[in-house]
Each structure stands twice: as C-alpha cells, then as structure tokens.
Design a protein around this ligand. Sequence first.
Ligand SMILES: Nc1nc2c(ncn2[C@@H]2O[C@H](COP(=O)(O)OP(=O)(O)O)[C@@H](O)[C@H]2O)c(=O)[nH]1
Ligand SMILES: [Mg+2]
Length: 228
Amino acid sequence: MISKRYDHLLRLLLVGETGVGKTCILCRFASGDFVESHISTIGIDFKMKTIDIEGKTVKTQIWDTAGQERFEAITKQFYRRAQGILLVFDICSRKSYEAIPKWLDHVRQFCKENVVITLIGNKSDRIEQRQVPYVEAQMFADENSINYFEVSARNRNNVDKPFMDMCRDILTVVENEGEPDKENTSVLIDTPAQTDANNVSLSTSTNEEPASPLSANENQGNWCCTIS
Ligand SMILES: Nc1nc2c(ncn2[C@@H]2O[C@H](COP(=O)(O)OP(=O)(O)O)[C@@H](O)[C@H]2O)c(=O)[nH]1
Ligand SMILES: [Mg+2]
C-alpha cells in the first residue's frame, strides 16, 4: 500500500495581465529557476512544490493562467477549485495594476467565499521604473482585506514569502472549516470537468502519464486548449 507523503494538498492559482511575470514567479518558487523569456502561457499550466509549515508537509499545486481574455472560459473553472489566489501586477506597469480590480471581481465572483487572496507587485528589481507607488498598492490591499507583497522573480527577492504566508492562512481556514475534498487528496492531478463554453475545448496533458501518486512527473503539466 502506498502511504500519503503529505498532510495537505493546497491548490493555488496565479492570475493577472500577460507579461507581469506570473510564469517567472512560479518557476522561481517551484524550481528556483529564472528563465528570461517564456513562450506565452496558452491555457493553463501547473507546477507542484512540497513545503513544510509548522511540521506539516504541505503539497502545493500551483496553476498558472494565461492573461488573455479569450482564455477566461478555461480559467473560471480553476477559480472554483482554488483555495488561494495570487493576483499579480508589474510595479512598472500602471496598466497591469489598473487591471487588478477586474481580476479581483473575477475572484469574488467565481471563487469559494473562504478563498485566501494575496496581491503581488512583481519586478521590484526595476525600482527606478516604478509606476505604482508601494503605499498605493498597500492601501488598495488594506481596503480589500488582502495581503500585499513586492517581489522580484528576477533576483528572487521575497518570492517565497507570499506563497508561505498564503499556505499558512489556508491551513487556518482548513483547520476551522475542514478540507473541502479530503477524499480526493490522493489524486494529485485533478482537473475540472471538460467544457465547451464559448467554443473552447480542453484536453489535459502531463509530460508523461502519471502512473501513480508517487511518480516524479506529477510535478508539472498543462492544459491545452483548442479555440474553434
Ligand atoms: N526585470 C524583471 N523582469 C521580469 C521579472 N519577472 C518576469 N520578468 C520578465 O517579464 C516578462 C514576462 O514574464 P512572464 O513570466 O512570461 O509573464 P506572464 O505572462 O505573466 O507569465 C519576461 O520577459 C520576463 O523575463 C522580474 O522580477 N524582474
Ligand atoms: Mg505566463
């Protein structure tokens, strides 16, 4: 019999405009890498990372969305399953910050009520090109009762902190309200139902088909979409 190697499986989702650095933040957190240029995320990818929180082994399954509007039909399904949302903007792009209320609306509309939300201002290494003052983003976060962190995926500054704090907060929710679907935690790559909303069809693929919950390739994968 295979024993479970973790105490909790938490599902997190990164959202925000294209180009703010979501994929870079995820790579930095999950594997420690910074890759200068990424192929724009098509649909949705995920990576997994196991962390220790107060002696508990917590497996995080982190989904990385595409910012493009036409993929919203896909990402809405992932909002429903997420226990934590990381709302990302680029501190050097006022436009990406001004889009945050729109992303927050999606979260409030589609997520469960007890979802933990964190605002992240990325690219803090480019402080001289800053277009969004720290205090302004902090005030927005305070008004919406969410945490705010400035990070740099490029120089790794502060990248782990929002993930760690978010997981701690989710564990508090889980301890108070119970794990939403504990019976499914042995299924590491569980994906929402297929949809044909807005003519978007989905198929799921991992690098290799995971043979068991212990297989190495459970740690990343992606959803592909076909727009018809
Ligand atoms: N200077 C700087 N550039 C970054 C940082 N994070 C990402 N980038 C760059 O921003 C661009 C978009 O990053 P990407 O992760 O693909 O954005 P996404 O569309 O939100 O997933 C890429 O050229 C990255 O190299 C950062 O912390 N600092
Ligand atoms: Mg991306």
